[in-house]
Design a protein around this ligand. Structure first.
Ligand code: UTP
Length: 272
């Protein structure tokens, strides 16, 4: 089945970026002139996932407004072509996608945020983007690369990268057998393992393609690492049944949920 839908869990508190995230959604922090979530949504639309679903929480209204027409502003600047031009990138994203929003309620973790999207997604595969991970590639975007992997393997796909062994505690980590260059059949997934307990240094980043059979598993998944419902724990059930592949994407990823990664991203895109 062709993948049409994308999901952006964006309800988290963003505590690593306090105090900025006390009143600004993390996903709205700008990298140059565009907020983080813009990059992810544009990536999905470019990959054909133009039905965009966003999970929000308290204080996240700016995200909804960003993907809406602002008549007052556009009327004010209508006679200033240079200013109108500055809105082109977001207006093109708005025109190319359909946007649906839902609230998470209690922030019980990424797995819970994804479960909240079940009625929006229905019975079809979908892409998930964590907007604070932005990726830059030479050719196809990471989501587009992953769609190709999904079309070949027809199961859930997680994007991975190698991380230093002492950093595994910040990620979900996979182990498995390499089926072809860069594609692993996953046998096990662990969320935030201590370096001495991590099976490998292959860490999951914020790009997934999930099949809808993850929903009934998420319903049964109890809180794990950090007291949150973890998507990694639900995917581990699918992995044990041979239904998850991990894909070492081509490109560079920036963790903009942390100040260091955010600064690195700004320098990278500014120098481009
Ligand atoms: P993070 O682990 O980055 O958590 O969530 P966070 O709350 O955003 O940030 P920190 O760690 O406190 O700094 C990964 C993604 O999952 C979403 C977040 O918005 C982010 O995009 N998320 C997380 C939810 O939508 N709901 C949750 O309950 C937790």
């Amino acid at each position: 089945m062709k993948i049409r839908k994308s999901l952006f869990p964006a309800a988290g508190y963003g505590t690593r970026f306090l105090p900025a995230t006390k009143s600004i959604p993390k996903e709205m922090l700008p990298v140059l002139d565009k907020p983080l979530i813009h990059y992810g949504v544009a990536e999905c639309i470019e990959a054909g996932l133009d039905e965009v679903n966003i999970i929000l929480g308290r204080g996240k209204g700016a995200i909804e407004d960003y993907f809406d027409k602002n008549y007052e502003l556009e009327t004010e600047i209508a006679h200033k072509p240079k200013k109108v031009k500055l809105l082109e990138s977001v207006n093109s994203v708005i025109a190319s996608g359909t946007f649906t929003f839902r609230r998470q309620g209690a922030m019980l973790g990424l797995g819970d945020a994804i479960l909240k999207a079940q009625s929006m997604i229905g019975d079809e595969p979908f892409g998930v983007v964590l907007a604070d991970d932005i990726c830059d590639t030479e050719g196809d975007s990471v989501m587009k690369q992953m769609v190709e992997v999904y079309e070949k393997y027809q199961c859930s796909v997680v994007a991975i990268m190698e991380v230093p062994k002492d950093k595994t505690e910040s990620y979900g980590v996979i182990s498995g057998s390499e089926e072809e260059e860069g594609v692993f059949k996953v046998s096990e997934m662990v969320e935030k393992p201590k370096p001495e307990e991590a099976p490998t240094n292959l860490a999951i980043i914020g790009r997934y393609i999930l099949t809808p059979d993850v929903f009934p598993i998420l319903e049964q998944t109890e809180a794990g690492a950090g007291g949150e419902v973890q998507i990694t724990d639900a995917l581990n059930v699918l992995a044990k049944a041979g239904k998850v592949v991990a894909y070492k994407f081509k490109g560079k990823r920036f963790d903009c949920g942390s100040v260091d990664g955010y600064v690195e991203a700004i320098n990278h895109f500014y120098g481009r």
